[in-house]
Design a protein around this ligand. Sequence first.
Ligand code: PEP
Length: 248
Amino acid sequence: MRRPIIAGNWKMNKNIAETKALVSELIPLVKDAEAEVVICTPYTDLYTAVELTKGTNISVGAENVHWAESGAFTGEISASMLTEIGVKYVIIGHSERRQYFGETDETVNKRVIAALNAGLKVIVCVGETLEEKEAGKTEDVVTTQTIAAFKDVSSDKIDDIVVAYEPVWAIGTGRTATADDANATIKVIRDTLAKVFCPACSEKIRIQYGGSMNPKNAHDLMAQPEIDGGLIGGASLKAVDFSMVVKY
Ligand code: PEP
């Protein structure tokens, strides 16, 4: 009932020439995919990626967005600047933003509200650090982050919401959560969404797993009932690898 969604997170990789090469290679590889396909690129590649993917089954996303419409926010990009060039998705609250750029649950919530109001679809990242996992706090952390991210968000926006469960210790490390553990934590997130929105709403919201997902482990992860997709970092930088995850 929930259509799988596989999204690439390029992070701070690929210049315009590399974007043209990667997207051109990817288009034919994923054209028959059953899953929804999204690529999230650096700001400087967005326009090129949008132009190249017009008329294809690939949507383009940004990796962050500011909550203000305009103003004195040097270095920031607003939601309407993204929609103006045809961007459809935006990643919000990635652990690298939380870790290195002062992102908090409160600023995640402000970005989510601004993005949804502007007509963007959001991929909201939640997940525990290794320290939190070892202290047995995984459920508490994802529950708190989920509640905070969607504070004051109306349930009529649920079609535009994707959540990515990304255990921080699994990102870029080659360590993956077991399919069972990822499924169990995603169930906790879904139960939380049921309380934040409504039980029927939470059944409609797609929840991805992210953290060293690749062509080898994608099938097992995607076979889990609660896992509706993947947010893919490293493996999204090569067209063949990403297409294999898309077709898990
Ligand atoms: C990510 O950056 O969201 C991610 C999951 O990265 P990787 O796939 O490289 O672990």
